[in-house]
Write a protein that binds this ligand. Structure first.
Ligand code: GYE
Length: 328
């Protein structure tokens, strides 16, 4: 009977959800798989915009399998409205726990309250939301983006400590309104404000994609005769900027320096090759910790309100040294 009902819901929501499982019938309290059994997690992913995201998705899918969590995975293709309908569909299906990586920071109050009223716990992964509502999520698992921006800025400050004149910086921002774009921008700005020679002469979104980074960098190069450094808020945009710089007949890493965030394999390769100068890591392997938190939350155990994932930084020599062992 339950299976049949789930199957019907599955048809009703086809296209939004990858699979349908056997959660409790509507109206029943979310059961945590009831008696310590398998739990069902609805997960709404941002999309597939970057190497970071691909590694993050694989980590979540692999960890769900390893932890025997029935994962309903939904890709929002970068659109908030898709995430909201995926979450509503998870609520209808009475999953045990909902996790999502919010594409932007605002606009979640209504759907978060719906989950709360349905008694389904929510875990934020990777990105935070802005909300005034109380107790609408159990925990937020992800990196400290302000610190990442600061570390990128600190490297720039050191690099140009003895610069006699203005240093022209262009910034490739992540997705407009997203938590990492906002926080990396503010962390970076704060760090470089210690040296008045360091000026961001242009800043625009490349939407965390390689093609976006390339396009915006092409425009920056046309409009600005002297660019000393690019701060790309992720590796993919740095890789796109590299292409634009090479197409303009310049050498990335030398004529124009590049600082990025993520430390994915492609970014680290470019760093080891001398085409990027410095990368701040943002670890995408959140899956195991997420499954752990989900099981605790469903069991009613206390979890910390914030779980910060540790990051490190890499210069060119460090990248070359760790590259063979890199997992993503
Ligand atoms: O840095 C970027 C991705 O939210 C931390 O999103 C994530 C960011 C990551 O597209 O590559």
């Amino acid at each position: 009977m339950k299976k049949l009902f789930s199957a019907m819901l599955g048809i009703a929501t086809a296209g939004v959800l990858a699979a349908c499982g056997s959660g409790p019938a509507p109206g029943a309290a979310p059961g945590g798989g009831g008696e310590g059994g398998q739990i069902t997690m609805g997960f709404s992913q941002v999309g597939a915009e970057s190497g970071w995201r691909t590694a993050n998705t694989a980590s979540i899918q692999d960890a769900a399998k390893a932890a025997d969590v029935d994962l309903k995975f939904s890709d929002a293709n970068g659109k908030q409205e898709n995430q909201i309908s995926a979450i509503r569909s998870f609520i209808q299906q009475r999953v045990d726990v909902i996790a999502f990586s919010p594409v932007v920071r605002t606009g979640w109050d209504a759907v978060l309250l719906e989950a709360k009223n349905a008694g389904i716990p929510v875990i934020l992964t990777d990105r935070a939301v802005d909300t005034q509502e109380k107790d609408v999520y159990k925990t937020f698992l992800g990196a400290d983006f302000v610190r990442e921006g600061q570390w990128a800025g600190d490297w720039v400050v050191k690099q140009y400590a003895a610069a006699p004149g203005p240093v022209n910086i262009v910034q490739l921002e992540g997705t407009t309104g997203s938590d990492p774009a906002l926080e990396r921008s503010s962390g970076f700005a704060e760090a470089i404000s210690t040296n008045p020679n360091l000026t961001v002469i242009a800043s625009q979104t490349g939407d965390f994609t390689r093609s976006g980074g390339k396009q915006v960098m092409e425009a920056f190069l046309k409009a600005n005769p002297k660019i000393d450094l690019v701060f790309a808020q992720n590796d993919d945009m740095a890789l796109g900027a590299m292409e634009a710089i090479e197409a303009a007949g310049l050498k990335p890493g030398q004529d124009i320096k590049i600082v990025a965030i993520d430390a994915t394999r492609d970014g680290m390769q470019a760093l080891a090759d001398g085409k990027i100068n410095f990368i701040v890591e943002c670890n995408p392997l959140l899956g195991p910790e997420l499954m752990d938190l989900a099981k605790k939350v469903v069991a009613g155990d206390e979890v910390p309100a914030r779980v910060v994932t540790p990051d490190e930084t890499f210069d060119q020599a460090q990248a070359a040294a760790v590259l063979p062992e890199r997992k993503y």
